[in-house]
Design a binder for this molecule. Structure first.
Ligand code: SF4
Length: 472
């Protein structure tokens, strides 16, 4: 049975897209490693990257070319200083060469990244070919960015599948519910037991804390940065103004002090709604500005889980410990794996239901367990959240991850909170629809959905709002 770690579902990276930025970035890194093992880099005369399908159609707006350039320059999405990204790319545009194995190879990002908008590769809507020319010889490798930053090389039978044996393996939500019923363990306890296959307890704590701190800092930065987002749509950041309206006049000088100040607020319902929206907008504005975000399970949907987690920490009645924050993230990540295994988390395959819908389901389950719900109630919450995202299309205006994406995260977060509340008062034994039913339905809906609505910007809002060509 395929085993996916929570840390594969929640990954630290750079905006604006997991499938179009993080995936191609990882694909090029992998290609460079494989190429260097196969040939002497000093034999390379020239390299080119060819983009197909959705990668070609919305790659410019999703900064696929930027990601490829950064990968070729040797940067990693986890560690690259995000404030220097534009400088690195413009330096490359001037130098037109990259260092591969201490050998300078000609590469002009303007002409050597080729967007083949009318062509698709058979394996997935997000296909790319990495090509190296060595005299008369041409070496090509094909990769697919299959959503959430996952990459599969053509010919790899198992793709990303890992061959470890987990103590509590689960292909479906029902498998996990049965483990819980037999063991009497919570979702978070079961996930921790599984994660121990890959990491020690100390490593698990370190790594999940890094995920949480990245989310928290992203929300904080997004709430404190004003201005216009890049890309040419002239979208104004809204979290800044909303935060200024909502935040009481208390002093703070860091994200931790700010969070502590928020925990002491007791806002009314309408203000809570605004705060949740503010948190989600903040993350996705950072994402749109090539900031550091946690892919959860994608970048376009990166705001939903942090927004719901912030809601739990700041506005629910009980005090939330660091361990509970970690548990929240473990549960969210686990639920995401069911969608990855049996449907898709790629908007190019399933539209926005695969991004915002999945993130909302992940957050709903995590919130339910954090608020004292049982495992069946947590899974019921995930089902409710996804049920009401079925059929959601992906139609990013101008190919940018801004409209409708940023605002849509606030909708996904609010739906997750609502789903959790319904499930906490619900009886899973009498539910007519299970999480597994809704995952199968989502997969079928994805297959029936017109290509226009799968991250191509060829339908929906993308064709009804006139914009100029994005600069990103
Ligand atoms: S519309 Fe949804 S799926 Fe499409 S890019 Fe935006 S957030 Fe992602």
């Amino acid at each position: 049975m395929e085993a996916i770690s929570v840390f594969d579902m929640l990954k630290i990276g750079v905006g604006p897209s997991s499938s179009h930025t993080l995936g191609p970035w990882r694909a090029v890194q992998r290609w460079l490693r494989e190429l260097s093992a196969e040939i002497d880099p000093s034999d390379i005369d020239h390299i080119q990257i060819l983009l197909y399908g959705s990668l070609a159609l919305t790659g410019r707006g999703h900064c696929t070319d930027t990601a490829i350039s950064l990968a070729l320059l040797g940067h990693d999405p986890v560690t690259v200083p995000v404030e220097n990204i534009r400088q690195y790319v413009s330096d490359l545009e001037r130098s037109k060469s990259v260092d591969i194995g201490n050998h300078w190879v000609p590469f002009d990002p303007v002409s050597d990244i080729i967007f083949l908008k009318s062509e698709r590769l058979p394996g997935h809507a997000n296909g790319m070919v990495c090509r190296a020319s060595l005299g008369e010889r041409v070496l090509e490798s094909t990769y697919y960015s299959v959503g959430g930053g996952f990459v599969v090389r053509e010919g790899d039978e198992n793709g990303d599948a890992q061959s470890v044996t987990l103590p509590y393996p689960a292909l479906k939500a029902q498998d996990f519910a049965e483990h819980a019923a037999r063991s009497g363990m919570s979702m978070a306890q079961l996930v921790r037991a599984n994660e121990a296959t890959w990491r020690t307890e100390a490593e698990m704590t370190r790594d999940i804390q890094a995920i949480w701190e990245t989310m928290r800092d992203c929300v904080y930065l997004g709430c404190h940065r004003e201005g216009i987002l890049p890309g040419g749509l002239n979208v104004t950041r809204r979290a800044f103004a909303l935060h200024r309206k909502l935040m009481p006049p208390v002093p703070y000088s860091s994200s931790t002090e700010w969070l502590r100040a928020l925990e002491n607020q007791h806002p009314h319902f309408n203000q809570v709604i605004k705060w949740v929206s503010c948190f989600a907008l903040a993350v996705n504005e950072e994402n749109a500005a090539l900031g550091r975000v946690v892919t959860a399970p994608t970048n376009g949907a990166a705001g939903v889980i942090p927004a719901v987690l912030m809601y739990l920490i700041c506005f629910c009645e009980q005090a939330i410990s660091t361990r509970q924050i970690h548990d929240f993230l473990f549960v969210a990540g686990e639920v995401g794996t069911y969608f990855k295994k049996r449907a898709t988390i790629s908007a190019a395959m399933g539209g926005c239901q695969a991004e915002i819908g999945v993130s909302s389901a992940m957050a709903a389950a995590a919130l339910t367990e954090a608020l004292g719900g049982t495992v069946p109630q947590a899974l019921m919450a995930a089902e409710i959240a996804m049920e009401h995202h079925l059929g959601l299309t992906c139609d990013p205006v101008g190919g940018l991850v801004q409209i409708p994406c940023i605002e849509r995260n606030s909708m996904g977060a609010i739906k997750a909170i609502n789903a959790a509340q319904l499930a906490l008062d619900g009886d899973p034994a009498s539910a007519k629809v299970s999480l597994d039913d809704v995952i199968v339905t989502m997969d079928q809906t994805a297959k029936d959905m017109s290509q226009k609505y799968k991250e191509t910007s060829e339908g929906g809002l993308a064709v009804n709002i006139s914009v100029r060509v994005p600069e990103c």
